[in-house]
Design a protein around this ligand. Structure first.
Ligand SMILES: [Zn+2]
Length: 518
């Protein structure tokens, strides 16, 4: 590869013109003249002056469930309840049996910003179970058939979840743990369906320049399937897999030990502290500004997080906990602090670290706790985050710069399929703090914007570091995997209006082209 502008993302953020690849690894970097003179290559690529970056790493995604979601009714961007009903009917015509499942609705995008209720669903689909999950996965609507299968009755109480009732009747709305009562009844996908899901997800990721993804919450069985597909060469995506907080997963990994191949790294557990801000499930220190007396809640008793941290710490694994509300974050920070004790290199992560109390930011630095954040969450939530939190508290939300300053580095991700998979949207949201509609015109809470260089690092080397993989990927340096992308735009200097139009021309893993733009 020569005649390129290669952003190596090494510690000096230096730029090279050419690189040589041998056996899937980077052999040398330098000027076009030196590299073409000193290294013989079977295949030479003239990059024609285009910019090259290390393959992007999404530090927080749901790769497998994204693949599955591509096989369900897509409800993202729906304009209202009618729109949802139309999409369901269209989908049901060609998918005639079994469960109807969909994901991606968001009532905040609708003219009537209230949760829908299920009457129409029962009318249209009296005999076919149906479950439609909200964009954030923390709320869903089910029809009566599905609720019957889940054994849900009005007035039912459960921990960490709510079954909504109006005038003594079920509305179909389920919050957090209540969703599991229904989703547990959905039959497991077949091996064929699992393979198809992983392959479709991989295809979409390569097309946007992702060469590694963190899958935040898999089960042992899924990890075994991924490992076997990767070892047969049927799946080329590199995956950092966090196992879900379940006894079977702890037994599996503690027994087997950390798993590390060139394609798979399993050494961490994903735990959920609280829910999401949109559905008011995030656990706050003070009540929601738009719902009197409501604080949100923790998804498990504090004792659970403590005992999990204790065992993960004693076994030397990584803990990654989802925390959105300031109380959720404080709870996790304090429990982490108890086991991390002080400065350390265990890289325990807080996923999202979305609303942090002013007094708690310094705990990230003091205990080297890694905030793993998603810039597009800021630009999606900014329309209503202030309503939920009030102006004062909102200042400590989506505070990426302030979080970056705690450890001097921060991994970035998207949380896809909650957000779009595009790394360019992440870049745009982090640097300009605007959405694709360029709202708000001066940017949202700009004191927390990241620079272009910080953002690129967050999407490459810092993401690799949060996965203990900074020695093998995340930058283009001698001896590292030859995972890189050619872009038709140079993100470091492109005009703002060009950024979201950026295309990936080609994606390489181990020096092998796995995607080429047609
Ligand atoms: Zn997530």
């Amino acid at each position: 590869m020569y005649n390129a502008k290669i952003y190596t993302v090494d510690s000096a953020f230096s730029i090279a013109e050419a690189l040589a690849v041998k056996n899937g690894k980077i052999q040398a970097l330098g000027t076009s003249k030196d590299i073409t003179k000193n290294y013989f290559a079977r295949q030479k690529i003239n990059a024609q002056g285009k910019s090259i970056y290390p393959g992007f790493i999404d530090a927080h995604a749901h790769f497998y469930s994204y693949g599955l979601s591509l096989q369900r009714v897509d409800l993202t961007g729906t304009t209202g309840w009618e729109d949802i009903l139309n999409r369901l009917q269209t989908f049901a015509k060609t998918n005639t049996d079994g469960w109807l499942t969909g994901r991606g609705w968001d009532q905040n995008d609708w003219p009537v910003k209230e949760f829908p209720s299920k009457e129409k669903l029962d009318e249209l689909f009296p005999d076919r179970p149906l479950l439609l999950t909200r964009i954030d996965g923390h709320a869903a609507i089910a029809n009566q058939k599905a609720m019957d299968m889940g054994g849900i009755v009005p007035g039912q109480k459960l921990t960490g979840g709510t079954v909504e009732v109006k005038n003594g009747k079920l509305t179909g709305i389920l919050i957090d743990n209540a969703i599991d009562l229904v989703s547990a009844k959905i039959p497991e996908p077949s091996l064929q369906q699992i393979k198809a899901a992983l392959n479709e997800a991989q295809k979409a990721c390569f097309a946007v320049g992702l060469t590694t993804v963190d899958d935040c919450g898999l089960n042992a069985k899924e990890v075994m399937i991924i490992d076997s597909l990767q070892s047969k060469g049927e799946l080329k995506m590199r995956i950092y897999a966090m196992l879900s907080d379940a006894q079977a997963n702890y037994d599996f990994l503690f027994n087997k030990g950390k798993i590390k191949t060139d394609y798979l790294n399993v050494r961490s557990f994903k735990v959920y502290a609280d829910g999401a801000l949109g559905s008011r499930g995030a656990c706050l220190l003070m009540p929601y500004a738009d719902k009197q007396g409501l604080y949100g809640f923790l998804l498990s008793p504090q004792q659970h997080f403590d005992s999990v941290a204790n065992i993960i710490s004693s076994k030397g694994f990584q803990m990654c906990t989802h925390a959105i509300g300031d109380s959720g974050n404080r709870t996790v920070l304090n429990i982490y602090a108890k086991y991390l004790k002080g400065k350390n290199d265990l890289r325990w992560r807080i996923e999202h670290a979305q609303v942090v109390n002013e007094k708690d930011f310094s705990l990230f630095g003091q205990y080297n706790i890694i905030p793993s954040v998603q810039p597009t969450h800021a630009t999606s939530d900014m329309y209503w985050a202030g309503d939920r939190l009030g102006k004062e508290r909102e200042k400590g939300a989506y505070a990426f710069k302030k979080l970056l300053q705690q450890n001097g580095w921060i991994p970035l991700g998207t949380d896809f399929p909650v957000e779009d998979i595009s790394p360019f949207k992440t870049f745009y949201a982090a640097v300009f703090r605007q959405d694709a509609k360029d709202f708000p015109n001066k940017g949202y809470q700009m004191d927390n914007a990241l620079t272009r260089e910080e953002t690129i690092r967050g999407m490459t080397i810092w993401a690799a570091k949060s996965n203990f993989e900074e020695k093998e990927k995340g930058s283009l340096e001698k001896g590292k995997f030859a995972d890189f992308i050619i872009l038709d735009n140079d993100l470091m200097i492109a005009e703002k209006k060009e950024i979201l139009k950026t295309n990936v021309i080609a994606t390489f893993i181990n020096g092998e082209k796995v995607f080429e733009k047609k």
